[in-house]
Design a protein around this ligand. Structure first.
Ligand code: BGC
Length: 418
């Protein structure tokens, strides 16, 4: 982290988000939020009064594989089409709307409204976008249509949105953490420690830093924990040799790690009588939601869900197979909890706050039955004496984006006055 923030070689990007403050309760008016990160793109209208959300309208748009893997202009034209559809369907066509864009991929930020894509992650890989500014591409697509009056004021990451949303719920929040399809964290850093700052400083005391810890280990520093199973998962992934840490811990990969282990155990003739089904041999067939269900069985001392999953995957099994698969799911989940806790504890030590709230969101965190209790245990162990709590801050990538747009508007007015 220290190397990253000083712009020295590091697999932690430690990106400046240029967000120097949290909501202060003065946020007022209508804001649009866009949320791109997974297969569902969302357009959200938020109405804020005294910093509180009083009305919200959301529409989901599915992003198919041809858009996620195809030409970048087509993807952004589709996003603009969704914005236009949303604005029209809510009779907002003539209204000037400030917009916050949650773009949950690693970006180099040159300001609050400039985000140059470093690499795609998760299930996106449009070749012509890497190295380009996502805000510029969005503005161009919106202008090509010319049928809305939205003003893109800020681009942010889902962790940032989560921190911001967490701060509304609990003022002690200084860390935002996502454990979903991907994984990442951000935190409030002292501004004087941040080297990369383009444009003028305005006496900022603090700023949110997007760690981008998914890429941790891309320089080899985490190879010492890499197993043959991790190597297989990486080989089968959309972008290989990239996002090492994310591939150890996040929802896009946990199920696949389990599947690869199970296949090896079948090959060694210690599972399913040495016979795998075609489904089990199919990449992606054992989802992370299956891992959560098997873990729930372990917690409940049941085997109902696990048996159902085996049936779905066309496997013949006996009670020993259930015990083995439960053990594998526990081991892989526990490793993820430990790795995330090591990074979170290190962050807590760095922050040196007397009492810290960590805002967390993401499907893995929400649906895994014991990730949270393991994290509480491990973080306590690894950052002894640090007071903290994990707070579920749902939909930071939507609500947080609206709030960041409001903060951006406030900063714009303040800076133009000075
Ligand atoms: C992205 C991050 C994002 C995380 C969680 C990662 O793949 O690089 O920017 O915060 O996923 O969605």
């Amino acid at each position: 982290m220290e190397r990253g923030i000083h712009e020295q070689p590091s697999s932690l990007q430690m990106e400046n988000t240029y967000i120097p403050e949290l909501p202060d309760g003065t946020e007022e008016g209508m804001f649009l939020a866009l949320d791109l990160g997974g297969t569902n793109f969302r357009v959200i209208l938020l109405e804020l009064s005294n910093g509180a959300l009083i009305r919200e309208k959301v529409k989901h748009y599915h992003i198919g594989e041809e858009l996620r893997l195809g030409c970048g202009e087509r993807l952004f034209d589709f996003l603009a089409e969704c914005v236009s559809d949303f604005v029209r369907s809510h009779d907002l066509t003539g209204i000037r709307l400030p917009l916050g864009f949650t773009f949950s991929f690693p970006m180099i930020q040159k300001g609050l409204d400039v985000g140059i894509l470093v690499t795609w992650t998760k299930s996106f890989n449009c070749p012509s976008v890497v190295g380009r500014d996502a805000v510029q591409m969005l503005r161009e697509a919106i202008n090509r249509r010319g049928d809305t009056h939205v003003e893109v004021l800020a681009v942010l990451n889902d962790t940032t949105g989560t921190l911001i949303q967490g701060a509304v719920l609990d003022r002690r929040t200084v860390i935002g953490l996502i454990l979903g399809t991907g994984s990442n964290a951000c935190y409030m850093e002292r501004a004087d420690r941040v080297q990369h700052w383009e444009g003028q400083r305005h006496g900022e005391k603090q700023v949110i830093i997007d760690i981008e810890w998914g890429a941790f280990g891309d320089n080899g520093v985490l190879d010492f924990i890499k197993t043959d199973y991790d190597r297989k998962v990486d080989d089968n992934s959309l972008i290989t040799n990239s996002f090492t840490f994310e591939k150890y811990i996040s929802g896009k990969y946990l199920g696949e790690i389990v599947r690869v282990i199970l296949v090896k155990l079948v090959e060694d003739c210690v599972l399913f009588g040495g016979t795998a089904s075609d489904m089990l041999l199919t990449s992606g067939a054992f989802t992370t939601s299956f891992v959560s269900l098997v873990e729930q069985d372990t917690v409940d001392d049941s085997c109902d869900s696990t048996s159902e999953i085996f049936d779905k995957l066309g496997l013949s099994y006996d009670p020993d197979d259930i015990t083995i698969v439960k053990y594998v799911c526990e081991t892989v989940s526990n490793r993820a909890a430990l790795l995330v806790s090591i990074c979170t504890a290190t962050l807590l030590e760095r922050l040196d706050c007397p009492d810290t709230t960590i805002a967390v969101d993401g499907s893995l965190y929400k649906y895994h039955p014991r990730l949270k209790s393991w994290m509480n245990k491990y973080i306590r162990l690894l950052a002894p004496g640090k007071k903290f709590r994990l707070l579920l801050a749902e939909d930071g990538s939507g609500k947080g984006a609206g709030l960041v747009a409001a903060i951006a508007l406030r900063l714009k007015q303040r800076f133009s006055d000075t």
